[in-house]
Design a protein around this ligand. Sequence first.
Ligand code: GLU
Length: 310
Amino acid sequence: MPAIEDLDEVVRIVAHEMSAHLGEGRVADYIPALARVDPRQFGISIVTTDGRVASAGDAKTPFSVQSVSKVFTLALAINRLDEALWNRVGREPSGSRFNSIVQLEQEKGIPRNPFINAGALVVTDAVIAGGKPSEAITDIAGFMRRLAMDEDVSIDPEVAASEADTGFRNASLAYFLRSFDNLQSPVEEVLEVYFNQCALRMTCRQLARAGLFLAQDGLDPLNQIQVTSPQRTRRINAIMMTCGHYDASGDFAFKVGLPGKSGVGGGILAIAPRRASIAVWSPGLCEAGNSLVGAMALQRLAALTGWSVF
Ligand code: GLU
């Protein structure tokens, strides 16, 4: 079948097909504030490098970005530490659950990659860079607003508090990292910033817009900000491809063929290099903690557009 070029048509078809699957999967319930979200929602937004936007479904409904934020803190941390970051965190798929502690012990406090929770805590620590947590939170939120070109990006205090109240596993990972001397700031401060970055509330439209620099060599083509270098952009995309869906990353690459990063709020950011940034959202998750309908939608999008990188 020839690729469809009309992106309004693509999102219309995808949203229509996904309507038969709404409610499939399980909403994350280990963070009480996320457990209340209605699973029967789906949004999709595509922003192209030449500024076209196509959206459908609940693309204007804000949701909890959760681990999709890890892509953006990684960009900030690479800009800050450059090569030195890779002494503190690896870049191999983990093959374990996103919050596994076993691997961290075996690998002596160097997390496998920046997208499992332990790795993301190290990245957040690098963003804090010994400064105040409140400043790092302001920096991260400001970065997202600038990239989304929308002041209406906020941090949901209820979600952040709910994560802090129940984040024993993340606290354990952070203390473990500290015991291996792989955190510079106090554990409580790293956790505070991490929970707040996860609690960012964005719509598909805002998220797709914010990810656009990843589709264009680190240069945001719409506001001409060089967010990071072309080489760092390639590396972020490579890590999204190999590690962006936890231990289902291989399956996502197999079915969709685009660098992507998921979050337990049900969002996924996917990048079609040189073409577009795409955000989908549907709260029901698969076993591995990725949006079930979101991944299905991206699989259809890749088939309809022919955008797979392979
Ligand atoms: N805040 C969540 C946690 O650290 C993020 C997990 C995710 O989105 O995968 O548990």
